[in-house]
Structure formats: structure tokens, C-alpha cells
Ligand binder design. Structure first.
Ligand SMILES: Cc1cc2nc3c(=O)[nH]c(=O)nc-3n(C[C@H](O)[C@H](O)[C@H](O)COP(=O)(O)O)c2cc1C
Length: 388
């Protein structure tokens, strides 16, 4: 067994094990990938204050997100096609999250269906909804999430149309993968992945195939998105979805303070400051750069979560210290899943918790609730001297 000490270790194994098409799908941003890169590198601009001679016994990373107790303030973000990274990937990730004590978010674009994940897990998970033109189908998705006892609806508001990732087009990304000489040659080098895939029946978009009408190519993410996602989404529609759901709602994909204020006005329970991991509007500022601005606007009135670029427990600590109530992990857990299945997701979470806990102690804090901006050195121009 390789010794895993950091998320980067999982990424290296992941890259070896998973077909290039799916590795590229994860490890890309839109267009020039500037936002994708800066999501990560902007965390490095924040520095920590080392404190000493503070009693560090009895530390705790436990917290709450939207009223749910969590082992640490981290949730697994919705990630489309997780079941292509590893057979039955969504079920494995959801199990790892449940056992660890953090929320799991199932994507609309998952391979395992809502019902399938509910059947194989014991704790409620969150369901991420893309807003769709076909309102009947969307209503049924909401109903299915309710029937599966999902404890929150995460409405993704930054993908009315799909940002372009060059590699996905060049690789002909699809689920299941289309068999071309190039994809076959690559998959033949991924024996473990292939053998596991052959043993599962879950190889299609489980929430969609057999449920949605008028889909010309249900295996293609890009054609489905172009045909089905609702470009006319507005705040009125978001409010109506919230009403139909009737439970906890998290709006994901908010970057600007005025949008955060609107999210409050429609009654969201929480927002996620997110640019979709740099996969939508390339050229947007990083999530962590925008986080303080959003917090200054609504931080005392609504739970503010963030995602984008989190690759360590220190990144989690920095986001919490800025004032986020919690964070979502995207790629960091996908690396673990692709590398080692359910155990890999657990390992990713353990790595993150250990880094968070140790850094918190060395900053002289015992509980995540004690983290605030005073543990950070924030450069005066953090976030940049930009003018709208
Ligand atoms: C491969 C991949 C697929 C994703 N699919 C979805 C999705 O289906 N729905 C969604 O709301 N966000 C999706 N996202 C965005 C993530 O939920 C999250 O915002 C992002 O990954 C955070 O950035 P990070 O990967 O740097 O942690 C996806 C991200 C990745 C990397």
C-alpha cells in the first residue's frame, strides 16, 4: 500500500488508474483555465499566525452546517459522472461521507441514481439540482429527492449554459465512454478500472436515462446540457423551485455580493461562493478572493459556504478564518475516489481533517468555531484592487 500523506498523493494514483477522458474531465477548467488555477493559488496568498503556549488539549473540528451536525465543516460537492471515475462512484463517495460524518451532495448528472444512492446509504444526503427547461422532469427530480429523504436541495445557479473545456470536446467525453481506437487504447492500460466497470450496471446518467424525454444523445454531457438546461433561469424561477421543495435550500455558484443579497431575499438557507471550480466563467476571480466581499455583504445574515481550490486542511482553515461556515470539496475527493474507491474518499477526508486540526492547534485555537480573521495574515490587496 502506498503511503498517503497529502491530497497530491491521491491525485498521482488517480491519474494512473483512470482513463484519460475522465481524468481530463476533472482536471480542467474552462478556456484558458485562469480561474481554475487561481482558485488554488490564491489560497497561498493567505498566511497563518503561529501562536504558542496556548493549551491545545481537547480540540474539536465538529460543527454544524444548515443545522446538521458535521465531523468537520466540509461537505462533498456535487460532481457529475462520479460513477465514471470508479464503478458505483457516487454510492462509494456517499458511504464514505456518511461514515465520516460530513454531508454528501449527489449531482443531477450522476451515474448512480437518487434512488440507488438512497438505497445503499443510511444517512440523508443533499441533492444538487440543475434547472431544466422540461419543468415536468425537474418537478419529478424534486419529488424523487424528497422521496429519497434528501435533507437539502443544492440549486446550482451558475450553469445555465455550459462553459467550454477544450479537452472534453477533444476527448469526446461521454458516459459510457464511446469506443474509438484512441479511447480503447487508453482504457486497455486501465485494467483495474475496466474490470470494475464491467461488473456494474451503472454506466449511464442514472437520473436521466429512462426519465427524461427528447434527449438526442443521452451519453453526451455537452449535448444534454445544451438541449435541456434552462437558459432563462431567473430569481422568480429560483423562488418557485424553493417553494416546490419546501425544505432547506442552498444556492451554489454565487460570486457577487449583490447576488448574495438576492439569494437571501428568496429565502435561501445558505449560499456557496463558487465559480464551479473554474469550469464556467473563465476570467472570474477566485472563490477565495470573492469570499470576503460576499461575507461583508451577507455574512451575518446567512450561512456562507465556499468551494474552489481546496486541496488541504489549511485551505479549509483559511476559508473558515475568513468567515465561511463551511466548505465543499470537489476535486480533492474525486482524486481519492479514482485512486482507491470508498477508502480513497475516506483517506482524502482524513488527510484534510488532520491538516485542519494540526494547523488550528499551531494557530492556538481549539475549536473551528474559534477561527477568525485574527489567525490570518491577509495581504492588504488580497482579492486585488479591482473596480467593478
Ligand atoms: C469533474 C467535476 C464535475 C462537476 N460537476 C458538477 C455538477 O454536476 N454540479 C455542480 O453543481 N457542480 C459540479 N462541479 C463543481 C463542484 O461542485 C465544485 O463547485 C468544484 O469542484 C469546486 O472546486 P474544486 O474542485 O477546486 O474543489 C463539478 C466539478 C468537477 C471538478
Amino acid at each position: 500500500m502506498p503511503v498517503i500523506t497529502e491530497i497530491e498523493d491521491l491525485k498521482r494514483i488517480y491519474r494512473r488508474r483512470v482513463p484519460k477522458m475522465f481524468y481530463d474531465y476533472t482536471e480542467s477548467g474552462s478556456w484558458t483555465e485562469q480561474t481554475f488555477r487561481e482558485n488554488v493559488t490564491d489560497f497561498e496568498k493567505l498566511r497563518l499566525r503561529q501562536r504558542i503556549a496556548v493549551d491545545m488539549d481537547g480540540r474539536s473540528t465538529q460543527s454544524e452546517i444548515i443545522g446538521e451536525k458535521v465531523a468537520m465543516p466540509v461537505a462533498l460537492a456535487p460532481v457529475g459522472m462520479t460513477g465514471m471515475q470508479q464503478a458505483d462512484g457516487e454510492i462509494k463517495a456517499a458511504k464514505a461521507a456518511a461514515e465520516f460524518g460530513v454531508p454528501y451532495t449527489l449531482s443531477t448528472m450522476s451515474i448512480c441514481s437518487i434512488e440507488d444512492v438512497a438505497e445503499h446509504t443510511s444517512k440523508p444526503f443533499w441533492f444538487q439540482l440543475y434547472t431544466l427547461k422540461d419543468e415536468d422532469f425537474m418537478d419529478r427530480l424534486i419529488e424523487r429527492a424528497r422521496a429519497a429523504n434528501c435533507s437539502a436541495l443544492v440549486i446550482t445557479v451558475d450553469l445555465q449554459i455550459l462553459g467550454q473545456r477544450h479537452k472534453d470536446l477533444k476527448n469526446g467525453l461521454s458516459a459510457p465512454p464511446k469506443l474509438t481506437p484512441k479511447s480503447i487504447a487508453n482504457m486497455m492500460t486501465k485494467v483495474g478500472w475496466g474490470l470494475e466497470m464491467l461488473q456494474t450496471k451503472r454506466r449511464f446518467f442514472g437520473n436521466i436515462v429512462g426519465h427524461a424525454k427528447g434527449v438526442s444523445d443521452p451519453s453526451s454531457l455537452s449535448s444534454w446540457t445544451a438541449e435541456q438546461f434552462d437558459p432563462s433561469l431567473d430569481w422568480g424561477k429560483i423562488a418557485r423551485i424553493k417553494e416546490k421543495w419546501g425544505g432547506k435550500v442552498i444556492l451554489k455558484g454565487i460570486m457577487e455580493p449583490e447576488d448574495a443579497r438576492m439569494a437571501m431575499q428568496v429565502g435561501a438557507d445558505a449560499i456557496v461562493v463558487s465559480n464551479h471550480g473554474g469550469r464556467q466563467l473563465d476570467g472570474a476571480l477566485s472563490s477565495v478572493a470573492m469570499l470576503p466581499r460576499v461575507l461583508d455583504e451577507v455574512g451575518s445574515e446567512i450561512e456562507v459556504l465556499m468551494d474552489g481550490g481546496i486541496r488541504s486542511g489549511q485551505d479549509v482553515l483559511k476559508a473558515l478564518a475568513l468567515g465561511a461556515k463551511g466548505v465543499m470539496l470537489g476535486r480533492a475527493y474525486v482524486y481519492g475516489l479514482g485512486a482507491m474507491g470508498q477508502a480513497g474518499v475516506t483517506t482524502a477526508l482524513e488527510v484534510i481533517r488532520k491538516e485542519l486540526d494540526t494547523s488550528m492547534a499551531l494557530c492556538g485555537r481549539k475549536r473551528v468555531q474559534d477561527l477568525d480573521r485574527s489567525v490570518l495574515y491577509v495581504p492588504e490587496d488580497f482579492g486585488g484592487r479591482w473596480k467593478p
